[in-house]
Ligand binder design. Structure first.
Ligand code: G1P
Length: 290
């Protein structure tokens, strides 16, 4: 029987330099889209896809992430006393009871590949998912769930990919892949952030991965790559020499919340759909552009 994917890794140790000064003392993953931090959207996506062990690779200034997922006794008591039962329910139910969180410190920001490698002792011999919270994906069926279902059929590592404008290849891991069935491609190559004239395609890896545990051995052996960092992309390139890897064009809309423009777009569109403020906000926008 194929192993179930119950472990999700969240690398959240980046410095968030594109969002300074907002990220000087607090992590970019805690930036809210309307009223929920990015990391909570990522966690909800993982949980919807069956994850029960959440592994956060955290760095300096990230204490607010464990705090966010811990029970807040004082806050709950205050809300209870003030009879604010609706909000109380929201903060009590951030994580289902069967889900646990594990925090690993990345003492030095040595790269995404290094961050994922730190999860090795907890992940062990199981396939696992990786979610980058600054890639927010709005989809009818959560993107990671789509990928987990594909894994159930194929049993191979899977990279979530999306077509990007050819001028943007230097911001992504770019794949060389051949379509084997609708939206499913077989990986033949992968390069970290190539310039457009060197890119094998315009198909970019976005922050969703399902990886087999053999990735760890590959990451242990990769040399620092682009930007002097241990790149996950280079680990995946090495894994590809040993195993079949798939790329999957998921169904959904991605917002690059690591960039200011993507972040603001996500806030506008999520606000328009929001239960509490959606209608009023949409009207406000219509009036504004009149
Ligand atoms: C990372 C990866 C890159 C991937 C991207 C997706 O880059 O290194 O391969 O395409 O995430 O968001 P970062 O955006 O962290 O620089």
């Amino acid at each position: 029987m194929r192993k179930k994917i119950t472990k999700a890794v969240f690398p959240v140790a980046g410095l968030g330099t594109r969002f300074l000064p907002a990220t000087k003392a607090s992590p970019k993953e805690m930036l809210p889209i309307v009223d929920k931090p990015l990391i909570q959207y990522a966690v909800e996506e993982a949980v919807a896809a069956g994850a029960t062990e959440l592994i956060f690779i955290i760095g300096r200034n990230k204490r607010s992430i464990p705090d966010h997922f811990d029970m807040s006794f004082e806050l709950e008591a205050t809300l209870q006393a003030g009879k604010k039962f609706e909000v109380l329910k929201q903060i009590q139910n951030i994580l289902p009871k069967n889900v646990s969180c594990i925090y690993i410190r990345q003492a030095e920001a040595l790269g995404l590949g290094h961050a994922v490698l730190l999860a090795k002792s907890v992940v062990g011999d199981d396939p696992f998912s990786v979610i980058l919270a600054d890639d927010l994906i709005d989809a009818e069926k959560p993107a990671m769930q789509q990928m987990v279902e594909l894994f159930g059929l194929q049993g191979a590592s899977i990279l979530g990919v999306e077509d990007v404008d050819p001028s943007e290849t230097a911001s992504y891991g770019i794949v060389d892949a051949k379509e084997v069935s609708p939206n499913v491609l077989e990986l033949h190559g992968i390069v970290e952030k190539p310039q457009p004239d060197e890119a094998p395609s315009n198909l970019a890896v976005v922050g969703r991965y399902i990886l087999t545990p053999e990735i760890f051995e590959c990451l242990e052996n990769v040399k620092p790559g682009k930007g002097g960092e241990i790149q996950l992309t280079d680990g995946i390139a090495a894994l590809m020499e040993k195993q079949r890897i798939l790329a999957y064009r998921f169904d959904g809309k991605r917002y690059d919340c690591g960039s200011k423009l993507g972040y603001v777009k996500a806030n506008v569109e999520f606000s328009m759909k929001h239960d509490e403020i959606g209608e009023e906000f949409s009207q406000y926008l219509r009036d504004l552009i009149k």
